[in-house]
Design a protein around this ligand. Structure first.
Ligand code: ADP
Length: 157
């Protein structure tokens, strides 16, 4: 529901309190699972106020990884990326909360761990631009597509 605040002679939307509640898709990539960092990473989401609305572990086939990263198929690193993403299990989750897309991107840090801000997941845990430990949707629109790629509506709590 939209919250209202009292203004002179009437009401107007209280934008300070009307942050968008969003959902975003997160993947703990094979390197994060191999390093035993699942709990570490999920704790960061929860500590930041993001609710885990769905959660599963899966070992993606090469074809499933290619389908997920379809938008990158013309990039030179597509083969390397899809081989990496299918080399071992991943943890896929739906995170929900105020500005979830941007909040998750902030927690993740820059794509290249060397350029990621201190205290971010990629700075603390990742080793290279390819093996950068986490994926996060980059827009609410892409999040909707990515969530539907991995979860049926009935799996979202
Ligand atoms: P992000 O995951 O931060 O949104 P991109 O959408 O640009 O970044 O890239 C998707 C994924 O492709 C990255 O997370 C990374 O795993 C891989 N990737 C990006 N750039 C490179 C690169 N130059 N070499 C190898 N892998 C890369």
């Amino acid at each position: 529901p939209v919250l209202y605040k009292r203004v002179f002679q009437g009401w107007e939307p209280d934008d300070k309190h009307n942050m968008a509640v969003e959902r975003t898709l997160s993947i703990i990539k094979p390197d994060g699972v191999e390093k035993n960092k699942i709990g570490n990473i999920l704790a960061r989401f929860e500590s930041a106020g993001l609710r885990i609305a769905a959660l599963k572990m899966a070992h993606l086939s090469r074809a499933e990884a290619e389908g997920f990263y379809y938008v990158h198929k013309a990039r030179p690193f597509f083969g390397e990326l899809t081989e990496f993403m299918s080399r071992g299990p991943v943890v896929i989750s739906v995170l929900e909360g105020a500005d979830a897309v941007a909040k998750n991107r902030e927690l993740m840090g820059a794509t290249d761990p060397a350029k990621a801000a201190p205290g971010t997941i990629r700075k603390d845990l990742a080793t290279s631009v390819g093996e950068n430990t986490v994926h996060g949707s980059d827009s609410a629109e892409n999040a909707a597509w990515e969530i539907a790629y991995f979860f049926a509506g009935s799996e979202l709590t």
